[in-house]
Design a protein around this ligand. Structure first.
Ligand code: TXA
Ligand code: MG
Length: 319
């Protein structure tokens, strides 16, 4: 069901969920000051309560009101990257319902770069909590059609066109250290460590930026983003005829129409198309997705894409 901005506002304030467009993926929004709204997100998405939600706000000013500590590093990153695909974790304000943060004392905040959603957020006190608008563990939606298919038309959607970035925001934790700041990337995305380092340096902030080694962020489970048909990551020289028996044996299924998927060479285009493709191969009659991983796709800009595909894959065929 498609709705307009006025209706979206009315539903959110009444404790209902609404799917909202963002530049990364569509989110399943609930008003942060409605416990019913927050509970509805988990219920509709079938999401476990241990996985914290990101709160969406219209500006840095609004973000600050939801935190009890906002450092110079938060300020510099927000100033440069917002509105945009970066989620900043900060100490939470007491007013934030622990259901949103899974009981953690921190909250994830993001100002999305989408004109319609920004306008909506500016009209709602506090902010809107929103995970990606898909059933838990499944492929994320980048169009309103994906959302409607996912929930059988039961979720109200604010139409905002196809998401430009295509994969979820980079999630970043910020902590103080004797040398300055430690900035840890919990989930890779559009903003890379190199980009964040540059921004902090330009703002005269001493910081070490790194990728978190273990899944410190709750909800960063091994399996996620999974399409309806099995997905494998294969090396450049992969030949189906040589590996068919092995794959069919391991997956205990016969495959008649595998698709060998060569991602676009530009990582920006690859991420924009990623989920759309993962959702459409089965509709085209394929029964197995074989994603080719090229040597040239091992750079930092590709990390976000491989992070999603690694979790979406059924098993590993990489050497
Ligand atoms: O691009 C995005 O971030 C999209 C759009 C809708 O904004 N949202 C999104 O939300 O991807 P979700 O729920 O699918 O992913 C949120 C993840 C959690 O699984 C968790 O890993 C991390 O963000 N997160 C949220 N709050 C956190 C916190 N306080 N501490 C650590 N990690 C947190
Ligand atoms: Mg998600």
């Amino acid at each position: 069901m498609k709705i307009n901005l006025e209706k979206a506002k009315e539903l959110l304030l009444a404790g209902k969920v609404v799917a909202l467009p963002t530049e990364t993926v569509y989110g399943l929004g609930g008003w942060i000051y409605s416990e019913e709204g927050i509970k509805n997100i988990f219920a509709v998405k079938e999401r476990p309560f241990f996985d914290p939600l990101i709160v969406h706000i219209d500006s840095t000013e609004s973000a600050k009101k939801l935190t009890s500590e906002w450092t110079e590093a938060h300020e510099a990153l927000a100033k440069t990257c917002w509105p945009g695909p970066l989620t900043l974790i900060a100490k939470k304000h007491d007013s934030i319902n622990p259901l949103i943060t899974s009981g953690l004392d921190s909250v994830g905040l993001r100002c999305p770069n989408h004109p319609l959603t920004l306008r909506l957020l500016s009209q709602i006190k506090g902010g809107v909590a929103a995970p990606s608008a898909n059933k838990f563990g499944k492929t994320s939606p980048t169009t309103s059609l994906h959302v409607e298919e996912e929930f059988g038309g039961k979720v109200a959607v604010l139409e905002g066109g196809a998401s430009e970035v295509g994969i979820e925001s980079t999630v970043v934790g910020v902590s103080k250290s004797p040398q300055g700041f430690e900035v840890e990337i919990y989930r890779p995305g559009f903003y890379t460590a190199q980009m964040l380092e540059k921004i902090l340096k330009e703002n005269n902030i001493k910081a070490i930026v790194s990728y978190a080694q273990s899944p410190v962020a709750p909800g960063q489970l091994k399996h996620h983003y999974m399409p309806k048909i099995p997905l494998l990551i294969v090396p450049e020289d992969f030949e189906w005829s040589l590996h068919q028996k092995e794959v069919e044996g391991k997956l205990q299924t016969k495959f008649t129409s595998p698709i060998l998927w060569d991602l676009p060479l530009d990582p920006r285009i690859a991420s924009r198309e990623l989920y759309e493709k993962m959702r459409t191969f089965d509709k085209q009659g394929h029964d197995l997705i074989l994603v080719i991983k090229r040597q040239s796709q091992n750079t930092e800009e590709w990390l976000g894409i491989w992070n999603r595909l690694e979790k979406a894959k059924t098993l590993n065929l990489m050497p």
